[in-house]
Design a protein around this ligand. Structure first.
Ligand code: FUB
Length: 340
């Protein structure tokens, strides 16, 4: 019986170790993965984490990324190929530093990379770069996209052909400095029972490099139909918006930042409002958590990152992938990244 118990113990340890997803690549650090199926293959657009030598600060100055590498996979369980540098900050006329979380989209045979970076005045803006191939190389537009600000762009292409740009992140991402699309450096994150800030959304024009309309704030409601409160840090939007559609409904997912959760909310329009639904991913090793959700041949996957490979260095992260279970009732099964 002792032997059996030990064996059971060993099996449990083995299973738990097996349940920890491995980095998609280990030769570079990668984070903030945006995954898409293009041309029948999986393309992942991550941040490329480096140690830029910038000091740690509350605004994320130590996230000093300079370029993007696109990863390609034949399947979610296959090997990931690093397709090389797709865009470098020195080739973006308006950008000075901090190439943070990007996303990509495809329309009419061209590929578009959307990315945030700080301009010469230290303000985050969102840029776009264009390529003939999913892996690039991408050529940046000379100016940031008019009407954009803050970080973490994500583009959702709806079934009717319309594409929507979501963006935003508070604290180091500067979203709290904007009200009604206007910048005021005196603004801070709301507190108490004031409504929490939401990400922004605007429809792109057919050329994919400009917004077709001013962006709107996306509202996330609680179960009573009230906007989430600013002090509800377990549920309020912090950064990393992502949109996917399931059974005809729109799912907005995002990071709660300082409470380290990935959450989701469900709505009936790409503009929202969205009603809070639950937790997708429990906290990972490292301060940030950031993801995308992608369907590959009928199976949903969560792409995310953690800092296990670097021993917990928060700005040296690794992109990972794990199956995501969309339940028949429309809810999403919570994932524990370490199988506990
Ligand atoms: O990678 C830099 C920033 O960290 C991203 O823009 C945020 O979403 C967080 O993951």
């Amino acid at each position: 019986r002792d032997l059996q118990q030990r064996r059971e113990g060993n099996n449990l340890v083995h299973l738990a170790a097996h349940a920890i997803s491995q980095p998609l690549v280990t030769h570079i650090y990668t984070a903030d993965p945006s995954a898409h199926v293009f041309e029948g293959r999986l393309y992942i657009y991550p941040s490329h984490d480096i140690d830029a030598g910038a000091p740690f600060d509350d605004d994320g100055g130590h996230f000093g990324m300079e370029d993007y590498h696109v990863l390609r996979m034949d399947s979610p369980s296959g090997e990931a190929t690093d397709c090389g540098v797709a865009l470098h900050v020195r080739d973006v006329p308006w950008a000075a530093k901090q190439m943070w979380a990007p996303d990509a989209a495809h329309r009419d045979g061209r590929y578009y990379l959307y990315f945030p970076a700080k301009d010469g005045e230290g303000r985050f803006r969102i840029g776009v770069a264009v390529a003939e191939r999913p892996e690039g190389p991408f050529t940046a537009e000379p100016e940031p996209m008019a009407g954009t600000y803050s970080i973490d762009p994500a583009v959702y292409g709806d079934e009717d052909g319309a594409h929507y740009l979501y963006f935003g992140g508070i604290w180091g991402g500067q979203l709290q400095k904007y009200r009604d699309n206007r910048y005021d450096p005196t603004h801070e994150e709301p507190t108490g029972d004031a409504p929490a800030l939401g990400p922004r959304v605007g429809r792109l024009d057919a050329g994919m490099t400009q917004l077709a309309e001013p962006t709107r704030e996306v509202i996330i409601l609680d179960e009573q139909g009230q906007p989430l409160r600013a002090d509800d840090h377990e549920r309020r939007f912090f950064e990393g918006p992502w949109l996917h559609k399931y059974q005809g409904r729109y799912y907005l997912s995002y990071s709660t930042g300082n409470t380290h959760l990935l959450c989701y909310a469900i709505g009936d329009s790409p503009y929202g409002p969205f009603t809070y639904g639950g937790v997708i991913l429990k906290p990972v090793v490292g301060w940030t958590t950031h993801h995308s959700i992608c369907e590959v041949e009928g199976q949903w996957y969560l792409f995310y990152h953690d800092a296990l490979l670097s021993g917990g260095v928060t700005h040296l992260r690794s992109v990972k992938c794990t199956p995501l279970h969309m339940e028949a009732d429309g809810s999403i099964r919570t994932i524990d990244p370490y199988g506990n």
